[in-house]
Design a protein around this ligand. Structure first.
Ligand code: NDP
Ligand code: OXD
Length: 318
């Protein structure tokens, strides 16, 4: 039996050789092969572990039983029109969730506490004591109340923010004002000062972070203008609209971890915009030890006939 790794488009910290060593340690009786650099027999591949897989590759594996995506978002896998009809499993992992909650909390707090302005003042040796507000004066809206959105909500509530959330299906979450579906979107946006985006990229969500949506965010908040924090996917956002809305005051500031094109091209005006914070798609990395262990456990269960966890609903795209 072979587990095939096809890992593309990530930096050195995601070296396929390192992932291979970790998977091999977890599954000593399985051949772990790297697509593109090692030979393998297609008939022998039962499982594949992938990140941004090579289009068409998985369709060439006649005995494939399941695909394990090495991250939470599966948009890059589903983009392959030839994807075989076997279960697609995504990452749901406490370590990854907590990393995302760190990112969300960090960026909500830095906008709330006006850190960019204070750092700029420091560089000019200006003692510029801007007003600070209580967290309860700020409304944080979480677009997406899944594994990641719910954990972030919990921590933001503990800090005292007024937290609301929007999801596809209606939800009840203690302390969180919830909205759902197209019918709930405008009310959700109208009650949001800091918008935190944690929805997947699907046909229903592509391009939704645009001028029309930004124009519906609350404009009566203490921050002066709404803030966008996108850690979901770059395909959700229209970057030309973000820039134009920052420049005309529709948006006050943005923290962006994900981009239409990654790495963000050097020509992008987002890099040097004074009210944009750019991070290189590392809000929540997958830890190779954690993920290899979880995938190996699922492979062992599946071989015993037990059900797989965290299987993606391919008709919904997440
Ligand atoms: P989940 O699938 O657990 O949650 C997704 C949430 O989005 C759910 O609440 C879902 O609603 C909601 N949603 C999906 N489609 C729609 C829609 N059309 N309208 C309204 N709500 C919708 O995903 P996770 O929380 O685990 O991850 C979210 C995303 O975060 C990933 O897909 C990935 O793109 C991104 N991510 C980014 C990382 C980074 O480093 N930047 C790291 C990890 C993930 P419902 O609850 O009703 O189903
Ligand atoms: C993920 C990611 O989806 O890191 O896990 O983007």
């Amino acid at each position: 039996m072979t587990l095939l790794l096809d890992i593309n488009g990530a930096d050195d910290s995601w070296s396929p050789v390192r992932w291979q060593a970790r998977f091999q340690a977890e599954l000593p009786h399985v051949r772990v092969a790297r697509a593109g650099s090692e030979t393998y027999t297609a008939d022998e591949v039962r499982y594949a572990a992938v990140w941004k897989p090579t289009p068409g590759l998985l369709a060439q594996l006649p005995n494939l039983k399941a695909i394990f995506n090495l991250g939470a978002g599966v948009d890059a896998v589903l983009a392959d029109a030839t994807l075989p009809d076997v279960p697609l499993v995504r990452v749901v992992n406490a370590d990854l969730t907590r990393r995302m909650t760190e990112y969300v909390t960090l960026h909500v707090l830095l906008h709330h506490r006006r850190l960019p302005m204070m750092l700029a003042a420091q560089r000019e040796k200006r003692w510029d004591a801007k007003d600070q507000w209580a967290a309860r004066a700020v409304r944080v809206g979480l677009m997406g109340l899944g594994e990641l959105g719910r954990d972030a909500a919990d921590v933001l509530l503990r800090l005292g923010f007024r937290v609301s959330g929007w999801s596809r299906n209606a939800k009840t979450l203690a302390g969180v004002t919830t909205y759902s579906g197209a019918a709930g979107l405008d009310a959700f946006l109208g009650a949001t000062d800091i918008l935190v985006v944690l929805v997947p990229l699907t046909p229903a969500t592509r391009g939704m972070l645009n001028r029309n949506l930004f124009g519906k965010l609350a404009r009566d908040g203490v921050l002066g203008a709404p803030v966008l924090i996108n850690a979901g996917r770059g395909g959700l956002q229209v970057e030309a609209d973000i820039l134009a809305c920052l420049d005309d005051g529709t948006l006050g500031a943005a923290s962006l971890d994900v981009f239409e094109k990654e790495p963000l091209p050097a020509t992008s005006a987002l890099w040097l915009h004074p009210r944009v914070i750019v991070t290189p798609h590392n809000a929540a990395d997958s830890d190779a030890d954690e993920i290899a262990r979880a995938v190996a456990t699922q492979i062992q269960w599946h071989d015993r006939g037990e059900p797989l966890l965290h299987v993606v609903d391919r008709s919904l795209g997440y």
